[in-house]
Design a protein around this ligand. Structure first.
Ligand code: GTP
Ligand code: MG
Length: 206
């Protein structure tokens, strides 16, 4: 008999931030570079093993396009957990994530466990060394297209310049709002299992 506890989880967030890709990585350990937009919502399941128990996630992967917004309550109603996703290279997607969190905190189950995921972190990491902690005081780099030869610093459009949401800023918001927080990459797998495992640990044992 399958005694695993079922946990209903919903993914929310702006279009194209990578919700479906995060789920595909978690469920199939795959990544598709040209994933098509979700229409309506998709349903997937995956088990999550903790030291003392196994949970079975029932995952509703919602569509981020604005025309589907009104469907969302059907999917977050009764959800025990939510993953709200934004894209670290797109500041407006964090604002959208914050509005989803507000909606959840007003309308969803009061005990819902919410995690904030800053996805596509692979795009802001240099291939060689993972960036130091010095939080980029990134100048607004006004399209300096002039490539003079010589000492050549970072390649133009390099990883650091792509980041629009500093990790510290999102972490501070998450702490204040009572959310779990992770930076993730559906492409490399970074942080993906961690989100679902940390959520699982916060789901009360019945
Ligand atoms: P909707 O279903 O329209 O709401 O979009 P979504 O949030 O499900 O985004 P989706 O997973 O379809 O990903 C959108 C695009 O971003 C696809 O081309 C993905 O391959 C790409 N993508 C998703 N996650 C990552 C990531 O972590 N890193 C990189 N580099 N690309 C990603
Ligand atoms: Mg999708």
């Amino acid at each position: 008999a399958d005694k695993s506890v079922q946990v209903k989880l919903v993914l929310l967030g702006e279009a194209a931030v990578g919700k479906s890709s995060v789920v595909l990585r978690f469920v199939n350990n795959e990544f598709q570079p040209n994933k098509e937009p979700t229409i309506g919502a998709a349903f997937l399941t995956q088990k999550c093993r903790l030291e003392d128990r196994i949970l079975r996630y029932e995952i509703w992967d919602t569509a981020g396009q604005e025309r589907f917004h009104s469907l969302a309550p059907m999917y977050y109603r009764n959800a025990q957990a939510a993953v709200v996703v934004y894209d670290v290279t797109k500041a407006s997607s964090l604002e959208k994530a914050k509005s989803w969190v507000k909606e959840l905190q007003r309308q969803a189950n009061p005990n819902i466990v919410i995690a904030l995921a800053g996805n596509k972190v692979d795009l802001v990491q240099s291939a060689s060394s993972s960036g130091d902690a010095s939080d980029s005081v990134s100048e607004e780099d006004p399209d300096d297209a002039t490539e003079t030869g010589g000492e050549a610093p970072a390649p133009s459009g390099g990883p650091e310049s792509l980041r629009q949401v500093p990790g510290e800023e999102a972490q501070a918001y998450a702490t204040e709002a009572g959310l779990l927080f992770f930076e993730t990459s559906a492409k490399t797998g970074e942080g993906i299992v961690e989100i679902f495992t940390e959520i699982a640990k916060k789901i009360p044992i019945e």
